[in-house]
Design a protein. Structure first.
Length: 436
């Protein structure tokens, strides 16, 4: 197997970038968001979701400027390094890696939960086998992985629309008011990471910009259309699922007190029989939504890790691109090993929260980088300029920073783990990476 530190292949157009953008995120509509309902109820989760939706819309309409002006696989790492210097660039690369490396294990466990609806297999085995399979697909080639991503994403979107269509006739407004506000405003804060899960990793489109045929045009189209699709789906799924029988029935299976990683099947089972053809069809296609995000984030995570190696902040072999496949195979392997370790921890909610800490930190550093580059590099070619600048970037920055503080107060143990990672990474930077 031969490697080169050269460029990635330019094979992606706007439709495939839309597929990647929606695919990265769409598992958030299938699971994870429901874990916020016991903490905040219907109203707490809804308020958190609206707030986070505003953050993501303003963020994407600002972040796209950076992605089009500097189309590199490292995404936020490259932007922060250019705007703020090597240390903050390294920190941006590290929090981006935390987001993208820890999101797939949570999705892998949801895949296992969906498979277990029909087959009595070990959840950890299912999740680990899935990790190996889709790491192999991404090692095969970016075009193959992107085509697969587009196909399963289209099917996953169609399944969500079908799900909404099937359960919507059973929607009752009164069901939204069943135990809607169990923890008051503190519940809104507790719901934030699970509202973020509706959209987490949409920014991964920027990590594929280097592989776009016309990044200045295609990335803007891919980002914008993906964000619109996801907002409509997130709100549709939330109201359709909770409106069938209240939030308890999409968190806990009948007779169980254990939080479920499969809320849509729980909602669907209230409308159609579990042994029906329609239930089986929706369950099978619904699995593709999880697969789409799993495959897509594996792709984005490899590019984030690769850029750290290519820039010399991490071992150089991580930045190598295989000459035959045009993919960063070593970066994929390292991410696979970290993902398997996270799966074996068995802590889905905590893993989701840790990924959200990484995401919010990335958003804060990215918006600061946008403001700094506008001041220090006014002549930089910007094919797409942030909408409503400076207001939209400021809104995204303030909501992201406020959410980061609120999540720290609500999740002190996970925040401590995240802080330890940052301290250890900073020590590595000043002790080893800076000299490189």
């Amino acid at each position: 197997m031969s490697e080169t530190p050269g460029q990635l292949k330019k094979t992606l157009g706007p439709v495939m970038l839309w597929g990647l953008g929606v695919g990265y995120v769409i598992s958030g509509e299938y699971f994870g968001w429901n874990l916020g309902l016991p903490l905040g109820g219907t109203y707490g989760m809804l308020i958190a979701t609206v707030l986070i939706t505003v953050m993501y819309v303003t963020f994407i309409l600002s972040y796209t400027e950076l992605a089009c002006a500097i189309p590199r696989a490292g995404g936020a790492f490259v932007y922060a390094e250019r705007a703020l210097g090597p240390f903050y660039g390294f920190v941006a690369g590290m929090v981006q890696a935390i987001e993208f490396v820890f999101a797939p294990p949570a999705i892998a466990m949801a895949i296992a939960a969906y498979v277990q609806q029909r087959f009595d297999l070990d959840a950890y085995l299912i999740a680990i086998v899935a990790y190996f399979m889709f790491t192999g697909l991404n090692a095969w080639g970016v075009r193959q992985a992107a085509i697969f991503e587009l196909v399963v994403t289209v099917l996953a979107v169609a399944e969500l629309l079908l799900f909404i269509g099937v359960v919507a006739p059973s929607f009752q407004l009164s069901n939204l008011a069943i135990d809607p506000w169990p923890a008051g405003w503190s519940g809104v804060v507790a719901c934030l990471p699970f509202a973020i899960w509706f959209y987490l990793a949409i920014e991964g489109v920027a990590n594929a910009a280097e592989e776009a045929r016309n990044p200045q045009r295609d990335v803007a189209l891919g980002f914008g259309s993906a964000m619109l699709t996801l907002v409509l789906l997130a709100l549709g799924v939330f109201f359709a699922s909770v409106g069938v029988g209240g939030w308890h029935r999409v968190v806990y299976a009948p007779g169980s007190t254990v939080e479920s990683d499969a809320p849509l099947p729980l909602a669907l089972a209230q409308v159609v029989a579990q042994d029906s053809t329609l239930y089986t069809l929706l369950l099978g296609v619904g699995l593709l939504g999880l697969v789409a995000s799993f495959n897509g984030i594996i792709l984005a995570a490899a590019r984030a890790t690769m850029e750290l190696g290519r820039s010399g902040y991490m071992p150089r072999y991580l930045g190598a691109v295989n000459t035959r496949t045009g993919t960063p195979i070593y970066a994929l392997i390292v991410n696979l090993l970290l993902g398997v370790l996270a799966i074996l921890s068995g802590r889905t909610a905590e893993i989701i929260t840790l990924a959200c800490f990484g995401a919010l930190s990335l958003y804060v550093l990215s918006m600061i980088s946008l403001f700094v580059l506008r001041r220090t590099e006014p002549a930089l070619e910007r094919p797409f300029r942030a909408i409503a600048y400076p207001w939209f970037p400021a809104v995204a920055l303030l909501i992201a920073a406020g959410s980061l503080v609120a999540m720290t107060l609500a999740n002190p143990s996970v925040a401590a783990i995240f802080a330890f990672m940052l301290v250890a990474g900073s020590a590595y930077f000043f002790g080893i990476a800076r000299r490189k």
